[in-house]
Ligand binder design. Structure first.
Ligand code: PEP
Ligand code: MG
Length: 325
């Protein structure tokens, strides 16, 4: 199968009825860059910047951050890279940073919340990203945005850093896109207000589903009590896709869900056309896209959204098998 996937490397992913699905790769370390060309991914849809912090013995300085971001952009060449700002806290602790013990770390001081409360750290990172872009396009997204205010504040920090670089005569990015990750269920009911403030959004289904179902994604006692292929999960994904289509906001999915062929099939059926996934998912998902008829998939999956079942995985599998396997 590996050889089959390799053959598809240069083949763009179009469904049988002609819908282009852009397949991107998730990354976080230098080693990931080596596989970018091999996967045939059209870019990096999620670069997890906290990995550099997690593998370092001490807080990476601004110049070390700039150097990494520069290597990432160099390796990607013309392919787009979406850098996610530090997503620390929760399950991602740093040995050299003192952290308060929290009763509920997943619901606690993490991601963009930490960045907004410690703006010096976030600004240093934004400065490094802008410096690394050196006149190239730059895409930045903020993790776990739970309100419009948080996004507004985070975006203002980007503006501040762009102005800082300009005052020093540094080259500005040739194009700047600032986006939000959709991971907190609260924003699903505020997308009409949030989306116009963003240049793009990306759905982090790992976190979104754990919050939607109130079930820790890392706790096997509860993490398999719910299914991503269930009516509530798919209806949440449908609502996000529709709101983005209405406002013309580019949207991708970057949780692990996007990298599993059956889940990706359901996402394509719901109208998603940009999926970012672990490198190993690109080949299998491309194979699915190439043999899928989106319109037939859409009809089949939307009929299942009204089911009262806790999972429609088997039904989706039957549908997918009929359509592509
Ligand atoms: C997610 O939550 O789906 C996501 C992509 O972010 P992470 O897995 O890094 O929390
Ligand atoms: Mg997340």
């Amino acid at each position: 199968r590996q050889a089959e996937f390799a053959k598809l490397r240069e083949t763009p992913a179009f469904t049988r009825d002609g819908v282009k699905v852009t397949l991107l790769m998730n990354a976080g370390l230098d080693v990931d860059l080596e596989v970018l060309a091999d996967t045939g991914a059209e870019g990096i849809g999620l670069f997890r910047t906290e990995f550099q912090f997690m593998v370092s013995e001490e807080m990476p300085r601004g110049d070390a951050q700039t150097a990494l971001y520069c290597r990432v952009m160099d390796a990607a060449g013309d392919k787009p890279v979406t850098f996610r700002t530090l997503d620390l806290g929760g399950d991602k602790a740093l040995p050299y940073m003192e952290a308060e013990r929290e009763e509920n770390p997943a619901l606690g001081w993490r991601a963009v919340r930490m960045g907004l409360d410690r703006p010096a750290l976030l600004r240093l990172q934004l400065r490094a990203l802008i410096a690394a872009s050196k006149g190239r396009p730059l895409r930045i997204m903020f993790p776990l945005v739970a309100s419009c205010d948080e996004f507004r504040q985070a975006r203002a920090l980007v503006d501040t850093e762009i102005a800082w670089a300009q005052r020093r005569g540094r080259p500005a990015p040739s194009r700047l896109d600032v986006g939000a990750m959709i991971e907190a269920p609260s924003v699903i009911w505020h997308l009409d207000a949030l989306l116009p403030m963003t240049d793009f959004v990306s759905v982090g289904t790992n976190d979104l589903m754990q919050y939607l179902f109130a079930a820790d994604r890392g706790n096997p006692r509860v993490s398999d009590r719910y299914d991503f292929l269930s009516p509530p999960a798919l209806r949440a994904m449908e609502a996000i896709q529709k709101a983005c289509a209405e406002t013309g906001t580019p949207v991708s999915v970057c949780g692990e869900m996007a990298g599993r062929p059956l889940e990706a099939f359901a996402l394509v059926a719901l109208g998603y056309e940009r999926l970012s996934m672990p490198p190993a998912g690109v080949g299998p998902v491309k194979q699915m896209v190439l043999s899928c008829d989106r319109e037939a998939a859409r009809r089949g999956v939307s009929a299942l959204l009204k089911s009262s079942a806790g999972s429609v995985r088997n039904e989706i599998e039957t549908l997918a098998r009929k359509l592509y396997l």
